[in-house]
Write a protein that binds this ligand. Structure first.
Ligand code: EPZ
Length: 422
């Protein structure tokens, strides 16, 4: 397993290109199942999760041509050969559940392994299942699989989510495009990835209104066509690299970044004394006057502060002046980066879903271990500001969601390299 070694102390200067969004691409790819015509995705990120989704779609009979070194995914599902998403693939990547709605909508049958939990929480899929049942799906849970069918096809219905779920909104939105009649989705997720999916589905001929708000209406159509669609910029990668100059000092321009993708994140950075300036190329970030102030953060569905940036923000708060409180309201176990940051001298007190961070003058480099995707990158950010060397092990977590992280940070002056561990 590889490790990443960071030697802190360098101020950062220069530009970092931001890739297409992992969490948009992982829902855009299954959309190919809704049509027998080709779907081409451009600006795709080169990540192991995308490779896993490609493998899953191929196992269903989708032709997937990966072009331009992974930037372009040419997908075509003219004739499916299977409707079964196997446990061996699904357990590696929970987003595999997103083939359930499209398979049901297209052929009225699907067998998808339940994903099981992951490091940050139990991650149930009950909301996905209830929503599809509201469209007439008949579901039978046995031997760890969802056995689903929709004899006579799905029918439009009313879905009202008791809590906001990005994945469940995506699953039922895709299914509703081919359901007979009208579907309304209340308390829908409003994330930019939902809007990007709706844009792509409209290009394929779907009739969708209200995406980006909490109330979405879909008029089902008989069939969808092909399309070519650019994957939206990754707001979580963007936010992650915006925090790099905030933690290490200097000034970085994130190319392709858009402020409207970030919700409350920018306001919290501003409150912490970090300047965020939209330029013609993206977003330029620097400390406003040399130091960073502690601020409180509460994660929430978009447009609130993204849970996927909580670990990275905690790294910044570790070296801020004062005491900050971070409330994680989305997942039940998303502070696993805290004990690793504490090995670097951070002062963090975790109680339930709340972490209180007392900023310190300097962190000290140490050997630390990545536990999940966003925790791993928060350790790298902390290493940028630490005295000495930090070695982050188990960086396979990192490769799921960040393209070439060492090249991108080295490109703005960080001392960082990947080493093979025996
Ligand atoms: C998506 O996960 C993202 N993943 C996550 O990013 C992100 O953290 C999350 O949305 C929240 O923004 C992808 O898009 C592939 P949810 P998802 O359904 O859809 C509960 C990353 O680091 N829930 O919005 O699985 C759930 O347990 C990943 O890139 C149910 O109870 O998240 C959680 O507490 C991590 N029942 C809350 O809802 C369900 O059926 C929000 O989860 C579904 C979810």
């Amino acid at each position: 397993m590889d490790s990443i070694v960071v030697t802190g102390g360098n101020e950062l200067k220069g530009q970092i290109p931001i890739a297409g969004a992992k969490n948009a691409c992982l829902t855009l790819m299954p959309a190919t199942l809704l049509s027998e015509e080709p779907l081409t995705l451009t600006n795709a990120p080169r990540l192991s999760d995308i490779v896993t989704m490609t493998t899953l779609l191929r196992s269903l009979g989708v032709e997937a041509d990966v072009k331009e070194d992974g930037r372009v995914l040419a997908l075509s599902s003219q004739a499916l050969t299977s409707h079964r998403a196997d446990y061996d693939i699904v357990r590696k990547m929970r987003a595999s559940i997103l083939v359930l709605g499209p398979l049901l909508a297209r052929d009225g049958v699907a067998e998808v392994s339940l994903p099981g939990g992951c490091a940050i929480g139990a991650r149930p899929v009950d909301l996905h299942l209830r929503a599809l049942e509201a469209l007439g799906a008949e579901l039978d849970l046995r031997d760890g699989y969802v056995h689903a069918k929709a004899p006579g096809g799905l029918k439009g219905g009313r879905v009202e989510f008791p809590l906001v779920s990005v994945g469940a909104t995506e699953n039922v939105l895709m299914a509703a495009t081919l359901a007979k009649g009208t579907t309304t989705i209340e308390n829908a997720a409003r994330e930019p990835e939902i809007v990007d999916l709706a844009d792509c589905l409209r290009r394929m001929g779907a009739q969708i209104e209200g995406d980006g708000t909490s109330s979405i209406t879909v008029q089902g159509v008989d069939r969808l066509g092909g399309a070519s669609h650019p994957v939206v910029t990754d707001r979580i990668e963007l936010g992650t690299y915006m925090l790099a100059p905030a933690i290490a000092g200097g000034e970085v321009e994130c190319l392709g970044g858009r402020i409207d993708l970030l919700g409350a994140f920018c306001e919290r950075l501003d409150a912490a004394g970090v300047s965020v300036e939209e330029t013609s190329n993206g977003i330029k970030v620097a400390r406003r006057n040399g130091h960073v102030r502690a601020v409180d953060v509460t994660t929430a569905p978009y447009p609130g502060f993204p849970t996927d940036l909580q670990a990275q923000m905690m790294a910044l708060m570790c070296v801020a002046e004062g005491i900050s409180t971070l409330h994680e309201t989305i997942f039940e176990n998303r502070f696993m980066h805290a004990p690793e940051l504490s090995r670097m001298g951070a002062r963090i007190y975790v109680q339930g879903g709340t972490a209180r961070v007392t900023g310190v003058e300097k962190l000290r480099g140490a050997r630390v271990m990545a536990t999940d995707l966003r925790a791993s990158v928060s350790l790298i950010l902390a290493g940028l500001a630490a005295e000495g060397t930090t070695q982050v092990s188990r960086v396979y977590h990192l490769d799921r969601g960040y393209e070439q992280v060492e090249q991108k940070l080295r490109g703005v002056g960080a001392q960082i390299e990947r080493v093979q561990e025996p």
